[in-house]
Design a protein around this ligand. Structure first.
Ligand code: DQA
Length: 138
């Protein structure tokens, strides 16, 4: 099964940024150590700070992957454009958050992306990505 992980703004510095929320290891390190070896999955990952690039990547992903795992970072709480891009494609998208967005500031309770996703995993640290991958197993 081919899955694409899309990481949005500020997720390139996980491991340094607010370790109380995001832990001490980088996404790259976690990806290489813990995700690439999960049997049955061919994983790719991409990072961008740009909202328009996330929209482009989502459009281009349609028909090329069996699923998308998206951590849209702060755009989760603001982006109608990313939400609309998800509704325009047929590949299923699972939304991931490293921190529990519902246990933080009130503005993070607003999630524009979740209602158009297959599901949402939030609050399990970097393990949220692993849970999201395994959710694609039948
Ligand atoms: C995040 C949660 C967002 O609220 C925040 O803006 C992020 C990271 C998470 O993975 O917990 O950048 O998406």
């Amino acid at each position: 099964m081919r899955l694409l992980i899309i990481n949005g703004p500020n997720l390139n510095n996980i491991g340094k940024r607010e370790p109380n929320f995001y832990g001490n290891i980088s996404f790259k390190e976690y990806f290489n150590k813990n995700l690439t070896s999960i049997p049955g999955f061919e994983l790719s990952s991409i990072h961008t700070h740009k909202e328009s690039e996330i929209v482009n990547i989502l459009h281009e992903s349609d028909n090329n992957y069996d699923g998308i795992i998206l951590n849209a970072g702060a755009y989760t709480h603001t982006s109608v454009a990313i939400r609309d891009a998800i509704t325009a494609i047929s590949v299923p998208v699972v939304l991931v958050h490293i921190s529990n967005v519902y246990a933080r500031e009130i503005f993070r309770n607003k999630n524009l992306i979740a209602p158009v996703c297959k599901g949402i995993i939030t609050g399990f640290g970097l393990q949220s990505y692993k849970i999201a991958i395994l959710s694609f197993l039948d």
